[in-house]
Design a protein around this ligand. Structure first.
Ligand code: G3P
Length: 262
């Protein structure tokens, strides 16, 4: 596999540099900016609705809602919808605007964005292996997710990623036609071994774990490499030179400009 002709731009949690994470407004911004993928996190409610949310236990720093449980898996979808996920700006992103009134989207609402062309969905399935009560089992997650993707005929527009390779195995077993990607952190084994362990042909390492030798070894073995989460031009440039296939970024418009695509 040679160097990619076009680097995929994945809008991390939509476009977190500018809009609250995992909101429809953030996803729409990324789509309109021209991102190739919107990246989102997925959890499940007590009534098994998949929702776009990163935090199994909602952080009051970002989410505002009623007194009571903050555990997504203990709330029904209707209860979760009482929470606002846009009113509080994330202080880590100084250019981020608030979007008061935004609600945590059901995955169905996010997939409805597929009526717009030109982008795909990078869906990260969240688990906390040491706290299994916070999420469905890997098998149940796979069933719920695959059913929604198939119902909408989106198999060719979805990439499923997870740090939890059990989830990837269940998705692959149920729906081998849906591509899957193995997330990993800074301390990772070599990418080819990682892909083999996860049974996938795409790996998504933390961007600082990436260098050109590792990418070239991966490409020689037919493995794609998508970096997360790089937000600075100097990191983008290093990853471009390393030959990555895609970059997950909180600033998809900025990366598209950097690539000369805006
Ligand atoms: O998109 C992958 C990367 O962002 C994983 O980390 O914390 O955003 O789920 P996190």
């Amino acid at each position: 596999m040679s160097a990619p002709e076009r680097i995929e731009v994945h809008g991390h949690r939509g476009a977190r540099a500018l809009l609250p994470e995992n909101t429809l407004a953030g996803y729409l911004y990324a789509i309109q900016a021209g991102a190739d993928f919107i990246e989102l996190d997925v959890l499940a409610t007590a009534d098994d609705a998949l929702v776009a949310c990163h935090d199994p236990v909602l952080r009051r720093r970002i989410y505002s809602g009623p007194f009571g449980t903050r555990v997504v898996r203990r709330m029904t979808l209707a209860q979760l919808k009482e929470w606002d996920c846009g009113a509080r700006r994330n202080p880590l992103f100084r250019r981020q605007s608030a979007a008061p009134g935004a609600r945590i989207p059901a995955l169905t609402e996010v997939l409805d964005l597929a009526s717009r062309d030109g982008f795909s969905f990078n869906i990260e399935v969240k688990t906390v292996p040491k706290r299994p009560h916070l999420t469905p089992s890997p098998a149940r997650y796979a069933e719920l997710l695959v059913a929604l993707v198939r119902e909408r005929g989106l198999e060719k527009r979805v990439l499923v990623q997870s740090f939890d390779f059990r989830v990837l195995a269940c998705v692959r077993a149920l729906a081998p036609e849906i591509p899957a990607s193995a997330l990993c952190g800074f301390r990772t084994r070599e990418f080819v071994a990682l892909a083999a362990a996860a049974g996938v042909s795409t790996v998504a390492p933390y961007h600082r774990a990436i260098n050109s030798r590792r990418v070239s070894d991966a490409h020689d073995a037919g493995i794609r490499v998508i970096a997360w989460t790089a937000n600075r031009p100097r990191d983008w440039e290093r990853l471009i030179r390393a030959g990555v296939d895609g970059i997950i970024t909180d600033d998809p418009a900025g990366l598209l400009c950097h690539l000369g695509r805006r």
